[in-house]
Design a protein around this ligand. Structure first.
Ligand code: PDD
Length: 306
């Protein structure tokens, strides 16, 4: 049987449900994490838990259970569902209360839901063949650093990508034409100087845990990198490109808006970083993501602080 965890109980997945007045359902008032499971082990568990802690703090939602208990439930879900490769999804909402935009007063318990999903990473052709992406205007709010379940703009752009036969939509800041990130992944290029580029972590993107691990791997591999925003034009001129997320690892991008990137094939830097990431996920390398709560609002604030 497939299990889901709902507020203290392990239930058959098909019967698992929450109350209709859960604030997650009515207001998207909640946060989530997706953690990869490889060979039965959680990848970057600590960094994901640290990011969850920050998301909860930013929205003034209490931990639904103590952190060690959360980790215990994750382990139990993996065990009950016989998960070797795939992901654990966890969602915390502010809880159930009569509909009112302001936070409920009194003792409302945050709600915790957890599911798992089996995935066959070894069989995924995206890693070897690469994927195509489109660009689309970024329509989101100004606190994209918080991993909230409020994902409608992301869903709309992902749908556009799907209809175009593409894997992702790279979202573009309408003000300056720079790429922020994908709808469920971070965006990367290898520029004409051979430098790895990705947007710095500010309120304008979600700081990916995979992103942090890849920066560590780049360092180990001697791949030079700069954290800077890049434009659509720069991306289209790039030698290589890729997306990263808990379930995309390093997924090479070989086409943007129908235009081939480099020679249109998966390039050497992508291969090197993916190989490094796979070793890390398999426990053959140890140095990965270290989360930091300190995230500036924008690039200008980061520059002032530096
Ligand atoms: N998405 N940016 C956005 C907007 C994301 O939703 C995600 C992850 C990332 C990458 O973060 P990480 O490397 O920590 O997975 C970046 C998850 C996988 C999802 O929504 O399913």
């Amino acid at each position: 049987m497939r299990y889901a965890y709902v507020n203290g109980r392990y239930l058959p997945h098909k019967d698992a449900a929450v109350h209709i007045e859960d604030r997650g359902y009515q207001f998207a008032d909640g946060v989530y994490e997706v953690v990869t499971v490889k060979d039965g082990k959680l990848v970057d568990k600590q960094a994901h838990m640290d990011r969850l802690d920050r998301s909860l703090k930013e929205l003034e939602i209490a931990w639904p259970v103590a952190r060690p208990v959360m980790e215990m439930i994750m382990g139990e879900m993996i065990r009950r569902n016989g998960l070797r490769d795939g992901l654990v999804y966890m969602q915390v909402t502010r809880g159930v209360a009569p509909r009112n935009h302001a936070f409920p007063t009194g003792a409302v318990r945050p709600a915790l839901v957890m599911t798992t999903k089996k995935m066959n990473f070894a069989k995924m052709t995206k890693f070897t063949d690469g994927v195509s992406v489109i660009t689309a205007p970024d329509m989101r709010w100004t606190r994209r650093d918080i991993k909230t379940i409020s994902l409608l703009p992301n869903c709309l752009n992902k749908q556009k990508a799907t209809e175009a036969g593409c894997y992702e939509a790279w979202q573009v800041d309408p003000k300056d034409g720079t790429i922020t990130e994908g709808t469920a992944s971070n965006a990367w290029i290898i520029n004409d100087k051979g430098e790895l580029m990705t947007r710095p972590a500010t309120h304008r993107i979600l700081n990916g845990v995979t992103r942090l691990t890849i920066l560590k791997i780049a360092e180990q591999e001697g791949v030079p990198f700069v954290e800077r925003a890049f434009s659509v034009e720069e991306a289209k001129r790039a030698k290589e490109a890729f997306v990263s997320s808990a379930t995309s690892f390093v997924t090479p991008v070989v086409e943007i808006d129908g235009q081939p990137i480099g020679d249109g094939k998966v390039g050497p830097v992508c291969k090197k970083l993916l190989a490094g990431y796979n070793e890390y996920a398999a426990g053959l390398r140890t140095e990965g993501a270290v989360w930091s709560d300190d995230i500036p609002a924008d690039e200008a604030e980061a520059d002032r602080a530096a």
